[in-house]
Design a protein around this ligand. Structure first.
Ligand SMILES: NC(=O)c1ccc[n+]([C@@H]2O[C@H](COP(=O)([O-])OP(=O)(O)OC[C@H]3O[C@@H](n4cnc5c(N)ncnc54)[C@H](O)[C@@H]3O)[C@@H](O)[C@H]2O)c1
Length: 273
């Protein structure tokens, strides 16, 4: 059976665990060969093995996205292995939870360098490669009836409003919405689509860490933050990694060819309330 992403090559950063891993697997199930790009080689290797079990090719790439030189090396390896890049999903990110008055420069730099700088320069390096793959006649025309690349960035509902206990995280995620719009405008002449998602609360290793940190700074019991979120969510449950992966797959597919510069909330309606 023909799949939506047959013959496509996708890079998914942060795909060793959590939401990124589910995204990598979903894209593979839809036909893509996947580069599992993560700072953790062990989890990345396991995710790549899982992708191979669904019959797709997988390449493990150890990368720290906050290091620009490593980003170019990831692009070069992917092109050497697969011949080009059709899809980039920028999932890799780190959270930091603490009081505004206790925030340090080191904490700020770690979150901004990973989430904002890393995402931005992955978009730039992969965007450059995608543009080089666009046929000359399409470049001359400045438009086409199909997409020549899909980029999906990870913001968060924390990027929609300020967060007293997640200052650099919320700032980085708000800025990713802006970078998504800027890249969408810059790449539109090449018919490369750039969109983003804002997940709500999704239980993953990152979320478990946030719960622990909130417990430490304000005495909240484990699970209390999740309960608070679910009670205020119209759909009355937390998100699953598959909920998010399904929306990302849509944004990587021809079904979203006429969308660019958009950021979709995947949050059970939380941001509406
Ligand atoms: N889990 C949630 O509730 C939630 C909500 C909103 C947004 N998000 C966003 O979704 C994305 C995935 O979140 P998650 O919960 O799966 O997180 P996670 O911590 O479980 O997984 C993140 C992955 O990114 C990798 N990573 C971290 N720093 C890296 C770096 N410098 N270079 C390369 N890889 C790196 C980690 O090794 C890990 O595999 C993040 O961008 C996060 O901000 C998550």
């Amino acid at each position: 059976m023909q799949e939506r992403l047959d013959e496509k090559t996708a890079i998914v950063t942060g795909s060793g665990q959590g939401i990124g891993r589910a995204v990598a697997l979903r894209l593979a199930r839809e036909g893509a060969n996947v580069v599992v790009a993560d700072i953790n080689t062990q989890t990345a290797g396991q995710a790549a093995d899982e992708i191979r079990t669904v019959g797709r090719r997988a390449l493990t790439c150890r990368i720290d996205i906050s290091n620009i030189n490593e980003i170019q090396a990831m692009v070069d390896r992917t092109v050497t292995e697969f011949g080009g890049i059709d899809i980039l999903v920028n999932v890799a990110g780190v959270a930091q939870t603490g009081l505004f008055l206790d925030l340090t420069e080191q904490q700020w730099d770690r979150v901004i360098d990973t989430n904002l700088k890393g995402t931005t320069f992955c978009v730039q390096a992969v965007g450059r490669q995608m543009i080089s793959q666009v046929p000359e006649d399409v470049r001359a025309a400045g438009c086409a009836d199909r997409s020549f690349g899909k980029i999906v960035n990870f913001s968060s509902i924390s990027g929609r409003h300020g967060r007293a206990e997640q200052v650099p995280y919320a700032a980085s995620k708000a800025a990713i919405i802006s970078v998504t719009q800027s890249a969408a405008l810059a790449f539109a002449p090449y018919n490369i689509n750039v969109n983003a998602v804002c997940p709500g609360v999704v239980p993953t290793p990152m979320w478990e860490q946030i719960e622990r940190d909130r417990g430490r700074i304000s005495g909240r019991a484990p699970g209390e933050s999740l309960k608070w979120f679910v009670e205020r969510t119209p759909l009355k449950r937390a998100g699953s990694v598959e909920d998010v992966a399904g929306v990302v797959a849509f944004l990587c597919s021809p079904d979203s060819d006429y969308m660019t510069g958009q950021t979709l909330n995947v949050d059970g309606g939380f941001e509406m309330t």
